[in-house]
Every structure is written in C-alpha cells, then in structure tokens.
Design a protein around this ligand. Structure first.
Ligand code: FES
Length: 251
C-alpha cells in the first residue's frame, strides 16, 4: 500500500520524494501556484502554493509529502491570502491584460480569475521598465515579469546558457540578461531555447507572430487554470500551435 496524506479531507497517495503539490496535482487536485513548474526544481518564491500543514503555513512546492500529514489548501483564509499576493503582483508590475499577446495563455491572469480577484485593490506602482526590443525575433517586456525565475532555471538547467538571471534585492529585484550591453540581442539566446517557452506571463514574445491562436480559444479561455492537471504544459502546447503555423522556429 502506498503512503498517503490528507489534503482537504481527501486521501492523497504519494511516492517518496514527491512534494505536496506534486502529489496533489498527480491526484488531480489543484493547488494555486505560479513559480512551480513540473519540469524544474522548485523556487519557492511566489508563495501562491502556501498550504497549512498541521496548522502551520508551508509552501507546498518545497515541502515533501509525508505519510499521515494533514494539509489544508482550499480554505477561505488561504485563498484570501493568495488573492492578496496576486493583487500585489498586479500592482508591482505593469500588466495591461487587454492588450497583452499572452492574454488567455497567462497563468497570472488565469489565477486572478480563478481566485475571484475583482480589482487590484492596492495602489499601482507603475514602475518604469523599458522593453528590450533589440533581438530580431524576441521581445522582452519586463513590465510583466513576476520574478518566478522559470526562464532563469530553464536557461541554466536545460539550455545550458545562463542567458537570464535575477538581480537586485527586495523590491528592486529584476530580470537581467547575460550581456555587458544588457541587451538580449547580445546574448546567445535562440528561438529553440526552453527559457523562451516557460514564461507563465507575457515577458517573452516572438516578434513576427501575434494572436495566431485567437482570443477565445486559448488555454484559459477554454477552462480555468484550476481545471488543468498541468497548466504549464497546456500553455506550451498553445505556443507550439503558434510555431506549427509559423515558417520560423518556435517560441
Ligand atoms: Fe510554490 Fe511559487 S509555486 S512558492
């Protein structure tokens, strides 16, 4: 008999070494998350996946499942906190959803809808974050970065390039590229890089294709983020559709 723990009153089986979120998603139980991606080591930064384990808060993407543990996730109090964190992400950057190419394929937007976020609540910071349009194929729009580090992890762990990094501390933390000039055009990034596919928001956009999958038929137009077992894979699949329809290499 496999080991199990209790999540919101339901028994969840897990394999040794699995985290709470891995076991939950494998069992078809959604726990909100932004920086977690099934293909990468957890970063534990967004805190959307916070659950209560034995009454104490813990990030479910970095906490190993243990037999007999009692976990709460889908509670009004935890969802309130997740909504607040999401609102903070919206005001900390500049997220213009109606004009964003990633609208409908964006995990931040989808998570906000799923959590019932009706407004940003807090005052907007309106930070100045110039876009990097130096690369011939890829536009970097830092306005939408939520500092999940997925592009950093993908570039380092899959592409072996270290094109991206997070720099600074606290509120000054920001995404940078590995070039003295600070321009993406001066890195060795290529359209095939995993790093360009894993962004859960709309930072990395290919230049010559837009709205190839029409609004209304995108991943989170079809069903809410909580209904996907692996929303990250679903987003990437939509991006592959863009690639398949394109003469050029994918993003
Ligand atoms: Fe766990 Fe972001 S998904 S901290």
């Amino acid at each position: 008999m496999s080991a199990s723990f209790i999540l919101d009153g339901r028994s969840i089986a897990f394999a040794e070494g699995q985290t709470i979120i891995q076991a939950a998603l494998a069992a078809g139980v959604y726990i909100p998350h932004l920086c977690y991606h099934p293909e990468f080591k957890p970063h534990g930064s967004c805190k959307l996946c916070t659950v209560k384990v034995g009454g104490r808060q813990s990030a479910s993407c970095t906490t190993l499942a243990q037999a007999g543990m009692v976990v709460e996730s889908d509670t009004p109090a935890l969802n309130d906190e997740r909504r607040t964190l999401t609102q903070m992400l919206f005001v900390e950057g500049n997220h213009f959803c109606p004009s964003c190419e990633k609208s409908g394929d964006c995990k931040l937007q989808a998570t906000a809808y799923d959590l019932g976020m009706m407004s940003a609540h807090f005052d907007h910071f309106f930070p100045s974050r110039p876009v990097d349009a130096s690369h011939p194929d890829v536009l970097l729009d830092f306005n939408r970065c939520i500092l999940c580090s997925l592009c950093v992890r993908a570039s380092r762990d899959v592409d072996g390039k270290n094109v991206f990094a997070l720099s600074g501390r606290g509120i000054k933390t920001h995404l940078i590229v590995n070039a003295k000039s600070g321009r993406l055009a001066d890195t060795d990034v290529s359209l095939q890089d995993k790093a360009l596919h894993v962004c859960p928001v709309g930072v990395m956009l290919r230049k010559d294709k837009g709205f190839t999958v029409p609004i209304g038929r995108r991943v989170f137009d079809l069903k809410p983020v909580s209904a996907y077992v692996d929303a990250s894979a679903a987003i990437e699949k939509d991006q592959e559709t863009v690639s398949a329809l394109s003469k050029r290499s994918p993003i």
